[in-house]
Design a protein around this ligand. Structure first.
Ligand code: HEM
Length: 527
């Protein structure tokens, strides 16, 4: 790169014109036509009207006018970085996915961290869940683990997601709040949805105000399947464990930081990576079988439940290192499209009803957000292994089939015949299914309080104080007394001391009756 600025001359309006030459490239239009003057419209006379034939002006303004695309409906604010995944312990005993075979092998990765509720321009240190989405460009295609920094979720069935997100984001009449949970709609919804109790506990904890992305855990949340070379299935939960450990800020720091530097988490990641302090996570897996699933007191398909690490220890199998910032935020971080349905041979879904719904939602929303069916052709989304198929056309098609064949089977020999199926291709695990079609939720999903209590008792006294104070702060912003009382009625199943503390902080007396519980609370970790 030339360190000298390009030569200049001054226009007759006093404007500075910098000129190309040497290693300073020539500015061109999108058609490659060299530009002589980028600062003055073509006019009829010095003070006359602009001329329609000024193709350079029209192209430049037209392109500017179309710069915006819709932000994500959730997780709109995020920050991404490149890196790699390195296998440290082969999982070949339980999984035939190529990425898990050869210890020491590196797979390129792209990660996007995000907040959930805030808009694209909102602040970083709000109380919220953080997205932790990992795209692994494996040799058998892209595998996305689209997770969060909290191991459970607010709802059990994807059909409730639009309601949950509507309630969490701005109210339709007033268009606030933009980024905080502190408002009636959110608390109204979660207080009417006892299944949210466990995740709300996490959201009121220090986990929801991480010090930076580098100090967060990540979780795949759902139970997935690993499939071995013989086609046998093992259940798995995915975990990302930060090398730097877990750190949070405290609430009044969060408020001050948001005011002083709303880009706090972005700046942290940028500075760490550009100065060579590459953040790193270990990939951990919890593995278990049907016998364990049947003996566990909660349903392993219920995304509001976790499997305690004391019960199923974590096996650490690899490391994720982020070592390169993007060249262009829009091209990479904004256009990246993570999708729970992006899985590879050796990995499969389970019947978690939240996961099943997500598998529809991501592709659907990205088709709109990224302008049509060809967003997989954008470099950040394209696989880094060879890919061939007969899908064609549509807006912005970059990879149409070559040659005569755009269908199969066909009679043409290579190369005209194009790609063919492979015995090593993706096969779904042949899980047995039966039962009548119905909309009823499984009874095995009905215990909403036991794991909330488990979380509470896992916290240190200081952390418990933070949780209690967060409930008091957030609920004190709720204007509707019945909603505050309803929340306390759930907390009475979690912990009497917590319920009383929150009620006291809110000046709620008498103490609301405990909510009607579909299932009694069970104590302890073990099945
Ligand atoms: C975006 C995680 C549940 C719909 C995201 C992102 C993450 C995430 C990390 C941001 C991806 C990025 O950085 O680009 C999760 C987790 C869930 C969950 C861990 C529960 C376990 C759901 C459900 C739905 C849903 C139930 C819908 C039925 C979406 C949509 C986006 C999104 C539409 C925007 C995607 C885009 O525009 O690219 N989610 N989500 N999510 N999620 Fe979820």
């Amino acid at each position: 790169h030339s360190s000298a600025l390009p030569p200049t001359h001054t226009g007759n309006g006093g404007e500075t014109h910098q000129t190309a030459g040497g290693d300073v490239p020539v500015m061109t239009t999108q058609q490659g036509v060299p530009v002589a003057d980028d600062q003055n419209t073509l006019r009829a006379g010095a003070t006359g009207p602009a001329l329609m034939e000024d193709f350079h002006f029209r192209e430049k303004i037209f392109h500017f006018d179309h710069e915006r695309i819709p932000e994500r409906v959730v997780h709109a604010r995020g920050y991404g970085a490149h890196g790699y995944f390195e296998l440290t312990d082969s999982l070949a005993d339980v999984c035939h996915a190529d990425i898990f075979q050869r210890v020491g092998e590196r797979t390129p990765a792209f990660v996007r961290f995000s907040t959930v509720a805030g808009n694209k321009g909102s602040a970083d240190t709000v109380r919220d869940v953080r997205g932790f989405a990992v795209k692994l460009y494996t040799k058998q295609g892209n595998w996305d683990i689209v997770g969060n920094n909290i191991p459970v979720f607010f709802i059990q069935d994807a059909i409730k997601f639009p309601d949950f997100v509507h309630a969490a984001k701005q109210a339709p009449d007033r268009d606030f709040p933009q980024a905080q949970t502190a408002h009636d709609n959110f608390w109204d919804f979660v207080s009417l949805s006892p299944e949210a109790t466990h995740m709300v506990m996490w959201a009121m904890s220090d986990r929801a105000i991480p010090r930076s992305f580098r100090f967060m855990e990540g979780f795949g949340v759902h139970t997935f399947r690993l499939i071995d070379a013989q086609g046998r299935s093992t259940y798995v939960k995915f975990h990302w464990k930060p090398k730097l450990g877990l750190q949070s800020i405290v609430w009044n720091e969060a408020l001050k930081i948001n005011g002083a530097d709303p880009d706090f988490h972005r700046r942290d990641l940028w500075q760490a990576i550009t100065s060579g302090h590459y953040p790193e996570w270990e990939l951990g897996v919890q593995l278990f079988d049907d016998a364990f699933a049947d003996s566990f007191p909660f349903d392993i398909l219920d995304p509001t439940k976790l499997i305690p690490e004391e019960v199923v220890p974590i096996r650490r199998v690899g490391r994720l290192v982020l070592d390169r910032m993007v060249d262009n935020f829009f091209a990479e971080t904004e256009q990246v499209a993570f999708c729970t349905q992006n899985i590879v041979p050796g990995i499969d879904f389970t019947n978690d009803p939240l996961l099943q719904g997500r598998n529809f939602s991501y592709l659907d929303t990205q088709t709109k957000r990224l302008g049509g069916p060809n967003f997989t052709h954008i470099p950040i989304n394209a696989p880094k292994c060879p890919f061939h198929n007969f899908q064609q056309d549509g807006h912005m098609a970059m990879h149409n089939p070559k040659g005569r064949a755009n269908y199969e089977p066909n009679s043409w020999s290579q190369p005209a015949g194009g790609p063919r199926e492979s015995a090593d291709g993706y096969r779904s695990f042949p899980a047995e299914v039966s039962g009548a079609k119905q909309r009823q939720r499984s009874d095995s999903f009905a215990d909403h309080y036991s794991q909330a209590r488990l979380f509470w008792i896992s916290q240190t006294p200081v952390e418990q104080t933070h949780i209690r104070d967060a409930y008091i702060f957030e609920l004190s912003k709720v204007e509707t007394p019945a909603i505050r009382a309803r929340m306390v009625s759930h907390l009475r199943h979690v912990d009497e001391g917590l319920a009383k503390g929150v009620a006291h902080g809110l000046g709620l007396s008498p103490l609301p009756e405990p909510a009607k519980a579909a299932r009694p609370v069970v104590e302890g970790l073990k099945p």
